[in-house]
Design a protein around this ligand. Structure first.
Ligand code: ZN
Length: 293
């Protein structure tokens, strides 16, 4: 009896803790989002400054000289239709609600089971729910960039397509996968490698910040909203948490991908922490003043 009471009290305490963190995040979000958007000099358009001090808790604020958020031009780079809502829905919903112009570059049509054409259509429906209009969605259909969990894509080709997009739309914030690719899919990891290459050779424009979505352990991944206190405590450059109304939208976006809605996807919608929380790291950009003699 005593054990049962203790477990119940601990559980209730944990729920209250989640609620408090969520409320605090809601209060901090307007300035928290400015944390990645700060003017450095009149000559420069927009400069992002995520917190780099490890002692800073995630989602904390510091941007005093913040520019309006509607000056942010975001590019999400994904590998397959459905990556945008399976993994990035919290960040996309928060950014589009804040009037940022969000573009999506999806590097394949997800044709592994010959459903590419259908999946492209589904992607447009999902993006509409997430606040990305069709004219800002680009799906690449290149025979060298095919959906295959065992194939790593060409870094040179992937990097050149990404760079072309960043330049064409004057992108100043990029969101993409990290080196773990969230699900470990080889195509996701190829995108991170392409960004690492661009960063290493100094090809990413100076005013463009690249953030990679943190891959977390499988245990944390399927804790649903109960993972929130861990994400809150661990340092990250940019953190997005959504509430019940936004979660409904994320779910609606997922339902647009009807060709992918197998039974385990329903479990994913219920239990994946990525449906509620996104945390990002900065992809460091090297300043390579390489000289050739
Ligand atoms: Zn994918």
């Amino acid at each position: 009896m005593f054990v049962l009471l203790s477990v119940t009290l601990c559980f209730l305490g944990y729920i209250i803790c989640i609620k408090l963190i969520y409320n605090r995040f809601k209060r901090l979000w307007p300035s928290s989002r400015s944390n990645i958007l700060r003017s450095s000099s009149p000559a420069k358009d927009v400069n992002f400054l995520p917190s780099r001090d490890p002692s800073d808790s995630p989602c904390r604020t510091c941007g005093n000289a913040a520019r309006p958020f509607d000056e942010v031009r975001v590019l999400l780079v994904t590998a397959h239709p459905d990556d945008e809502c399976m993994f990035f829905a919290p960040a996309l919903l928060k950014l589009t609600e804040s009037n940022a112009a969000v573009h999506l570059l999806c590097l394949s049509s997800g044709n592994y089971y010959n459903q590419g054409a259908q999946r492209k259509e589904e992607l447009l429906g999902s993006c509409a729910v997430l606040g990305i209009p069709a004219h800002r969605v680009t799906v690449i259909d290149n025979k060298e960039l095919q959906d295959d969990p065992k194939t790593e894509w060409s870094i040179a080709l992937t990097a050149s397509l990404i760079l072309k997009h960043i330049t064409a739309y004057s992108i100043n914030l990029v969101l993409t996968f990290d080196k773990g690719g969230v699900s470990g899919h080889a195509n996701h990891i190829s995108i991170y490698k392409a960004f690492s290459h661009l960063a290493f050779v100094g090809r990413i424009p100076e005013d463009c910040q690249v953030l990679s979505l943190q891959t977390i352990s499988i245990l944390r991944k399927y804790l649903s909203i109960f993972e929130l206190p861990i994400s809150w405590l661990l340092p990250s450059a940019f953190c997005c948490i959504i509430g019940p109304n936004e979660y409904k939208k994320a779910k609606e976006a997922m339902f647009h991908h009807s060709s992918q809605l197998l039974w385990f996807r329903h479990l994913y919608i219920l239990f994946s922490r990525y449906m509620f929380v996104n945390t990002f790291r900065v992809v460091p950009v090297e300043k390579n003043d390489v000289k050739f003699y």
